[in-house]
Design a protein around this ligand. Structure first.
Ligand SMILES: NC(=O)c1ccc[n+]([C@@H]2O[C@H](COP(=O)([O-])OP(=O)(O)OC[C@H]3O[C@@H](n4cnc5c(N)ncnc54)[C@H](O)[C@@H]3O)[C@@H](O)[C@H]2O)c1
Length: 361
């Protein structure tokens, strides 16, 4: 395809997720060209542009938005900048794929959605786990009615030692908006609600803790080597839990940690209990197993194990899907209304934790 006909893409924030996933995933598509990259850290955009053969590099993201013919922008900057950059891109007539979490405040998420509606441009939040094979299979089981009425859900990801980027933006509330809940809780909340068909959340009781981060324990992960604030700030949660009541009478419990005294590799899981069947997927202590389904047939307990893996190319699938949406051959799998609901629940969990009581949503 001639370079003139390719869909022109820009990437804002040239850190880990941009260089490990977004840029290579766009570059793997034959009808797409990454034409510009922007990063607020001086020299970073130029370095990444050189490495990936990208023509234009900017320190100010607004210069990137002015590049002629730009159709798509990926927002891969720290959480605090998602709203401002998404809104500016939409206003410039550009479709936006924004990394999770959507924003650091619910009001910002509302403004992002309002702008997307008004401009008619696409806005999708990068809930990359929805593109996993096992999660897609679980969604299909629920859609096919194999669980009956889902009344109880439990979702969680407990890391033993995985505080990302200590002293970087990740652990600084002003830049991240929150810790483990916004970083990894958002994925499990989104997956659980999506598989269950997004029943409306009514109320939430949340609690958050910071028992490791403030003393510099349980460090690990990414981020710190690229964007330092200069100070070793840790003013976010390293464990969060919530009990969420849904309009259809179902409940969801959520637990996530960046750091906790759990087994060496931690664990992550999703469990759904319904009137016709139960279903779970989990990885524990480095043993990944696929989806299990539990039910009954002819008065006997009946179990199935699906041979599907989580896969490791979810960002590639997500980005190819977003490009299909831009071309008009697909509808966003992650709608902005769903992401707004997730943002509302996350906001509710933090409010409830602060007030020490249930809050209505
Ligand atoms: N979907 C996933 O599974 C997943 C995984 C990792 C990160 N993320 C998300 O991606 C985003 C980036 O995370 P990361 O791990 O790449 O972080 P990172 O620290 O590696 O990269 C962030 C980059 O943004 C740059 N930056 C800082 N302020 C900026 C600004 N105002 N404008 C433009 N660039 C700016 C920094 O210089 C840095 O290069 C976060 O929102 C994070 O939650 C998503």
């Amino acid at each position: 395809m001639s370079s003139n006909n390719r869909i022109k893409v820009g990437v804002i924030g040239a850190g880990a997720i941009a260089t490990h996933c977004h840029i290579p995933a766009y570059q793997a598509l034959p009808d797409v060209e990454v034409v510009a990259v922007a990063d607020a850290t001086p020299g970073r955009a130029q370095e990444v542009a050189g490495k990936f053969g990208i023509a234009r590099a900017f320190t100010d993201y607004r210069d990137l938005l002015a590049v002629d013919g730009l159709k798509v922008v990926s927002i891969c900057s720290p959480n605090a900048f998602h709203a401002e950059q998404t809104i500016a891109a939409l206003e410039a007539g550009i479709n936006v794929l924004c990394e999770k979490p959507m924003a650091i405040a619910y009001d910002d998420a509302v403004r992002m959605v309002d702008t997307a509606k008004r401009t008619g441009k696409l806005l999708m939040i990068g809930m990359t786990n929805r593109f996993r094979e096992d999660i897609q299979a679980m969604r299909q089981y629920a859609v096919d009615g194999l669980l009956g009425e889902i009344y109880y859900m439990k979702a969680g990801w407990l890391r033993r030692s995985g505080i990302p980027g200590y002293g970087s933006w990740f652990t600084n509330k002003k830049l991240s908006g929150g810790g483990s809940l916004l970083d990894i809780g958002v994925h499990f909340l989104d997956m659980a609600l999506w598989i269950a068909g997004f029943p409306k959340p009514l109320a939430v009781t949340g609690a958050t803790f910071a028992k490791f981060g403030p003393s510099g324990k349980a460090l690990g992960g990414w981020g710190a080597d690229i964007f330092r604030t200069g100070k070793q700030v840790f003013d976010v949660d390293d464990l969060a839990t919530a009990f969420i009541r849904l309009e259809n009478g179902a409940v969801l419990t959520l637990e996530v940690s960046w750091a906790a005294h759990v087994g060496e590799f931690g664990e992550n899981y999703l469990r759904f209990l319904g009137t016709e069947g139960g279903m779970e997927t989990a990885s524990r202590f480095d043993k990944h197993y696929s989806v299990r389904y539990y039910s009954e047939r002819h008065d006997h307990q009946y179990d199935q194990q699906l041979q599907v893996s989580a896969g490791d190319k979810n960002h590639w699938v997500e980005i190819a899907h977003f490009i299909d949406c831009v071309k008009g051959s697909a509808e966003p799998l992650v709608t902005f209304e769903q992401s707004l609901t997730v943002a509302k629940v996350l906001d509710g969990i933090y409010r409830s934790a602060e007030l020490g009581r249930e809050v209505a949503l």
